[in-house]
Design a protein around this ligand. Sequence first.
Ligand code: ADP
Ligand code: ZN
Length: 295
Amino acid sequence: MKIGGLEAGGTKMVCAIGNENGELLKRVTIPTEQPSVTMPKLIDFFQKEEIEALGIGCFGPLDLNKASNTYGCITSTPKLPWRNYNIVNTFKKALNVPIGFDTDVNAAALGEATWGTAKNCEVSIYITIGTGIGVGLCIQGKPHHGLIHPEAGHILLGRLEGDNYNGNCPYHSDCFEGLASGPAIEGRFGKKAYELADRSDVWEMESSYIAKAITNYILTLSPNKITLWGGVMHQTQLFPMIREKVLSYLSGYLHSDIIENHIDHYILPPSLGDDAGIKGAIRLGYFAMNQKPNP
Ligand code: ADP
Ligand code: ZN
């Protein structure tokens, strides 16, 4: 079985061929330019491979509502050439195979829930802290949509005492992403996040914001597992700091063995590493092929 997977990002497009077991057989990376330049290259790759289905994990926000006229569109993205672009229709016309479509973070959450650290979990979330902040949510092995799809990187947290940075989210200024993404760290401290590795105050503040957000996700979604990744989390000293602060913010309110006694197995990096998103995209293609549409 040959299934195509596409991890569509703002800077690069990762295209892969895989199978129903999540094995990757081939992969190429193509830079993201405007659709008229990039799409023909992607179509050419998948046409030559004679895939049976395609799964797409895409930067968003997206229209995932199959009853909508604009199903398959990238909607209010700041990447202007892609705004309102219908990526699903373009592939459908060119490839004529079933297509699965979801957010990049839902795809990564699905990869981990199917073959990674969140396997067999009823509810799991995948958080990426990078250029933006995204949160994917899987429930019973399927990505969650609801009305639109979760956009939990934009929750409003409240600023920490002593933090005078305005925040850089173009919509909300000081939402979670506005305060804690890689560019927010750079905006606040005047250097690239990776150049600040030895500044303990940077990671103290960063871990506090991430821990606050995770505490809110635990209290609202009750996840069985939390996977945390993205460029900023390459500062792996953040993991123990975040775990300790989550326990502190929860203040003993919730009783759960994994939270109270094994939090290092509860909040952790993805076991699929950087392949979570592309493997999740393959899984989306598998769902489409088997006509198990996402709710
Ligand atoms: P994207 O979110 O664009 O897909 P990444 O997840 O790699 O890409 O995130 C990029 C962001 O992560 C940038 O703001 C960058 O400064 C930050 N970043 C990358 N590597 C590191 C690192 N080692 N330490 C801290 N921050 C990093
Ligand atoms: Zn925001």
